[in-house]
Design a protein around this ligand. Structure first.
Ligand code: ADP
Ligand code: MG
Length: 394
């Protein structure tokens, strides 16, 4: 178990918190403050406990330069409004300088300050010890709260822990608990659902899940590589040609392990990659040569739904079809609805899968939607994330 902010005394201590304030912005205005809202419970807890809170984050890709269009000033304003108290913000081009050090030293119990975008410094993404040390010099305790960058060993996500005691905030605690428990001590049956566009990107996830799950459902763009391996005609569907053999091996491996690996039985095809293209729903072994598969069909939706309803834990990564186009969203929606209706623990990883669930308005009905796309994938691959590894054990 990882230590959290609840396990330590923070009163009167300067606590530096790595948040994920990488919010979408348009013309200097934040268009979605979900990530700021998500960080509030940890920040409020630290304030209530009388810590002296120093927040830091990256925003966009300033590539090591102090480019002001990537300044965190709008985030400081948004935090000031959300917390109902002034968040000190010094827009230093070097992130840490004498003014920033003085401001950090002057913080009183319960005060909050935000540093400038840590990616204004080249050393950040290189995990430069100098910069990590400068950040660490501002505080006495490091709190990891940015799951979205926890798979990166950067100065503000990992290097800083060489200098300070490191504990997790509430967001990281939740991610580690739900993703970790689902993989390591799941209530069974454990059903994995994988979709999305490329087998190549998710080979490691499929391989790792085969070791853990009782049932694996495969849909989305990656299904065609598996169908091809089964000898089906897949028309103009996306194919990961280099990985057909691997798909066959994965199916063999599932058989040997006694994992029930299920492929779709029907598919919604279209003449073009276009919402308004002519469509046809057919059996997977009867796909027309001149069409492409865009979504799992209704029979598959029901079949997968039955497996989901029988599950105690479900891990889902990757949409079942091109859900961004309304005519090809039904398969993904059927799966999302089954998850919502099931009594199982439901864990969602992957940026597009999370977006699909939001699009259907079902986010409140999932047990846990991971906030980190890449990070959750690496977690599902069974890797230890550098930003999590540095957190002290209880
Ligand atoms: P996640 O972000 O949840 O990990 P991915 O990035 O792997 O998911 O895949 C999401 C993308 O896969 C979506 O943009 C979706 O349109 C695409 N996709 C799903 N099914 C198909 C398909 N049959 N053909 C082409 N693209 C597909
Ligand atoms: Mg994606």
């Amino acid at each position: 178990m990882k230590k959290t902010i609840r396990d330590i005394e923070v009163k009167g201590k300067r606590v530096i918190v790595r948040c994920d304030f990488n919010v979408p912005m348009k013309n200097g205005v934040i268009t979605d403050d979900t990530r700021i809202q998500a960080a509030l419970p940890t920040i409020k807890y630290l304030v209530e406990q009388g810590a002296r809170v120093i927040l830091m984050s990256h925003l966009g890709r300033p590539e090591g330069e102090p480019k002001m269009e990537f300044s965190l000033k709008p985030v400081a304003d948004s935090l000031t409004a959300a917390l109902g108290k002034e968040v000190v913000f010094i827009s230093s081009p070097t992130v840490v300088d004498d003014d920033v050090k003085n401001a950090a030293a002057a913080l009183k119990d319960g005060d909050v300050m935000l540093l400038e975008n840590v990616r204004f410094r080249k050393e950040e993404t290189k995990n430069g010890a100098g910069f990590a040390g400068e950040l660490a010099s501002l505080a006495e305790i490091f709190v990891q709260e940015a799951f979205g960058t926890a798979h990166r060993a950067h100065a503000s996500t990992a290097g800083i822990a060489d200098y300070l005691q490191a504990v997790s905030g509430f967001l990281i605690e939740k991610e580690v608990k739900f993703l970790g428990d689902a993989l390591e001590k799941p209530e069974r049956p454990l059903v994995g659902i994988l979709g999305g566009s490329k087998v190549k990107d998710k080979i490691a996830v499929i391989t790792s899940l085969l070791e853990k799950v009782d049932t694996l459902l495969i849909g989305g763009g990656m299904m065609f590589t598996f169908l091809k391996a089964e000898g089906c005609e897949i028309g103009k569907s996306i194919l990961d040609a280099d990985n057909v053999d691997l798909a066959r091996k994965l199916m063999d491996s599932a058989r040997q392990k006694g994992v029930k690996l299920m492929l779709p039985v029907d598919v919604v095809c279209a003449e073009e990659f276009d919402n308004n293209a002519r469509t046809e729903t057919c059996a997977c072994n009867e796909m027309p040569k001149d069409m492409m598969g865009m979504d799992i069909g209704p029979v598959t939706g029901k079949m997968f739904g039955t497996e989901i309803m029988a599950a105690k834990t479900v891990i889902w990564n990757g949409p079942m079809g091109v859900f961004e186009m309304p005519n090809f969203a039904a398969g993904t929606k059927a799966i999302a609805s089954a998850l919502a209706d099931s009594g199982a623990i439901t864990i969602i990883g992957g940026g597009d899968s999370a977006a699909a669930i939001k699009q259907f308005g079902l986010e409140d009905q999932m047990t846990h939607i991971s906030t980190g796309g890449g990070a959750s994938l690496e977690f599902l691959e069974g890797k230890e994330l550098p930003g999590i590894a540095v957190i002290e054990e209880v």
